[in-house]
Ligand binder design. Structure first.
Ligand code: SF4
Length: 305
């Protein structure tokens, strides 16, 4: 919800940049609908209050969770932290917005990233590995430089090990490298790309959160592809797959996974359970224990049609 507020503010600022003569700023948001506001209100706390309430209500109506006053206040506080840190360094209204919340879906143009096999139902599956995701905000620093800002409401932890991610460890963080790779493909016109991550709950004992900024270069593209290739290789070779959760009640299964939400034609179970069943029928071992997923999710492009 706090992210949504930031996204809408960035969208309104972009509208203002593109339409300097217009008094009313407009954004058509996928969740909050049409937001139209007078430019004089953009920087007011009253508007941010209203926008935050709207974002909360629009998400809350599709949720079983009730958002009580304390939680609403927490979300508003999160927005305030994002907006006011270091005199508004990450306030999108004070930035030159290049792209608010770009989505990416980038095929990996490498021979090893192609797949072509016959599945358990005798169907030919052909496709290509792709990376998909969303970046919170891309801002223009100067003609040669963009800065990507990613607000993180979670802790700076490696979820597989429970250890805190240090600055050094983050250099090898697959998600950061993936973002960087996506940026280099989406915005090749820029020579320099800065990636800033704002873990607002990590204060390192100081009164304020500490953002982390990284400047990757071309050698990191190679590093990312190598990491991805190894991970894809591991998955391809895996003869003993472990479900994220044998009961499929995990949030990743229920809310995020294509293989939970969809069924193969003629099957009553979700795709994931169908695959598990067919693997078992073929005598393969599906390990029914909780699997701690690495902080690195990849998906395969579906074959056209
Ligand atoms: S494939 Fe999807 S549904 Fe199956 S265990 Fe993994 S995340 Fe859950």
């Amino acid at each position: 919800m706090a992210h949504k507020v930031m996204e809408v503010l960035a969208g309104l600022k972009k509208f203002q940049q593109d339409n300097p003569r217009k008094k009313y700023l407009v954004v058509n948001d996928d969740k909050c609908g049409k937001i139209r506001e007078h430019q004089d209100k953009l920087h007011t706390g009253e508007f941010v209050d209203r926008l935050t309430e709207k974002a909360i209500s629009d998400y809350a109506k599709d949720s079983r969770h009730k958002f009580y006053r304390k939680e609403r206040a927490e979300i508003r506080q999160t927005v305030e932290t994002f907006l006011t840190w270091n005199d508004g360094q990450f306030d999108p209204r004070l930035r030159n917005i290049y792209y608010p919340e770009p989505h990416f879906d980038i095929p990996i143009e490498e021979e090893w990233a192609k797949f072509d096999f016959v599945d358990a139902h005798g169907k030919q599956q052909t496709g290509q590995l792709a990376i998909k995701g969303t970046i919170d905000l891309v801002t223009l620093v100067n003609e040669e430089t963009i800065e990507v800002v990613d607000w993180k409401s979670g802790r700076r932890l490696d979820w597989a090990t429970g250890e805190e991610k240090t600055y050094e460890k983050m250099w090898g963080d697959p998600q950061l490298l993936l973002y960087f790779y996506a940026m280099s493909k989406m915005f090749p016109e820029f020579k320099y790309r800065i990636m800033s991550i704002f873990f607002y709950k990590d204060t390192e004992g100081k009164p304020d959160p500490v953002p982390y900024s990284f400047c990757f270069d071309e050698s990191d593209e190679e590093r990312f592809l190598e990491m991805l290739k190894n991970r894809v290789g591991e998955i391809k070779e895996n003869m003993s797959p472990k479900p994220v959760d044998p009961t499929r009640k995990d949030l990743k299964c229920k809310y995020l996974c294509h293989f939970y939400k969809n069924k193969f034609e003629g099957e009553s179970n979700c795709m994931c359970r169908s695959v598990e069943k067919s693997l078992k029928e073929e005598g393969m071992d599906v390990v029914l224990e909780k699997y701690t997923a690495p902080d690195f999710n990849i998906g395969f492009y579906e074959a056209p049609g």
